[in-house]
Design a protein. Structure first.
Length: 84
């Protein structure tokens, strides 16, 4: 974990803002929200009103370590209906 790229307050609290995530992951804010809408990024842990959203740093770094592995592990399973 690169402690220099995450603000000290967020690192200590274990929460990250979208700005910190986009800087750390080197992705745009639009791409972050597209990933969220497709269920390919962890959902926010804290949302207070429309302007204060934070993610758990451990969830973000788990996703950064292996994005496809995280997606595979967290995608909802499709229900298969048996035909009788």
């Amino acid at each position: 974990m690169d402690k220099g790229r995450v603000s000290p307050a967020a690192f200590d609290a274990g929460l990250m803002a979208a700005k910190e995530i986009t800087r750390t992951a080197n992705i745009s804010r639009a791409h972050l929200y597209n990933l969220l809408s497709r269920g390919q990024f962890p959902q926010p842990a804290l949302r207070v009103g429309p302007r204060y959203t934070r993610w758990k740093a451990c969830d973000v770094f788990a996703w950064l370590g292996d994005p496809q592995g995280w997606i595979d592990a967290n995608q909802p399973r499709e229900k298969v209906m048996a035909v009788v």
